[in-house]
Design a protein. Sequence first.
Length: 132
Amino acid sequence: LMIRRPPRSTLFHYTTLFRSNNLFLHTMNLTKEQETQILKKVVERIIKNNNSKEFYHTIKNSCTIIPVQIYNSILPEHQQIKTTTFLGTTSLTVAIPKLALKKYIKNGLVNPDPVKITAENISTFDAASLRN
């Protein structure tokens, strides 16, 4: 299995220089074992998506809910985000990216201080510096 994607630096340059947007990157507090588990689960998810059709839905199956489910599968309970309310409906915390990020910061999974990448500092930014 080979996954090809553009280097981070290319994506960062495109976002900051071409689109004139700033990037805010948060590092995560994961062990090497957790990083390996996440990579394995993401690859499994890619294979699943390639082998079957999938319907995306904001409150059941979205670009925020799927990562939360993947992280929850490898995190200790105190860092997980509950995906449903007591009524059985999808929690807004997992459906809205900003709320999920705030919850992961509160739970200690994500570092609260982001690295800001702008058009002014992109030429000196080193993605390897994000490593904890």
